[in-house]
Design a protein around this ligand. Sequence first.
Ligand SMILES: [Zn+2]
Length: 205
Amino acid sequence: MASGGGVNIPQPPKPPNHYWNDWWKDFSNDYFTDPGKLATIKNALQNAYNLLAIRLLELQTWNPAHKAYFKRHFGRDDNAAKKIIEKRVKKEMSIIKRWLQNDNYKKQIFEGKKSGWAHVYKTDLGFDVFLDAKFWNSPQMGPDSQAGAIIHELSHFQNVGNTTDFDKYGNKVYGIPRVRRLISSDANQALRHADAFEYYIEGSF
Ligand SMILES: [Zn+2]
């Protein structure tokens, strides 16, 4: 903690801990082989794809109801914001589609940590995803679901959405009440916030 001589300067965002924690351990992970877990993952990917397809259609139809729904999740509904989200949705759909072809997801998704939902390394150009303990006990659909965890994690990749879990001061923002506060106070940050995107796709509020 730097002492600023009484001047209160907002701190730049901290990198998420999951950037480097367990970096080594992740490389020793094996592919999933358990049939039950593989079926759960495939189901989550199919649900995620279907939810993204619904939002893409809304973005392309863009009637007043779609616009209002979008604004509820990002605090703005201008064309630039719509373009950012549309691009992100399309990228995620193309990755998931590729993963579902020939069961390719079996080579992209790995067992993760004993805490948290899931994590990724956002600079990873191969888009590997690690599923953590909470993932398995989450609902299939709805708020904080398995489908949503996939949508959230994919959005973190620099080449997908380059989203963050933090506000602009570096504080972690998670869960519906906190994310809704972020949306109403800082629309620009909401647009690049992983949970805001997840809740938008999941239809959480
Ligand atoms: Zn995250």
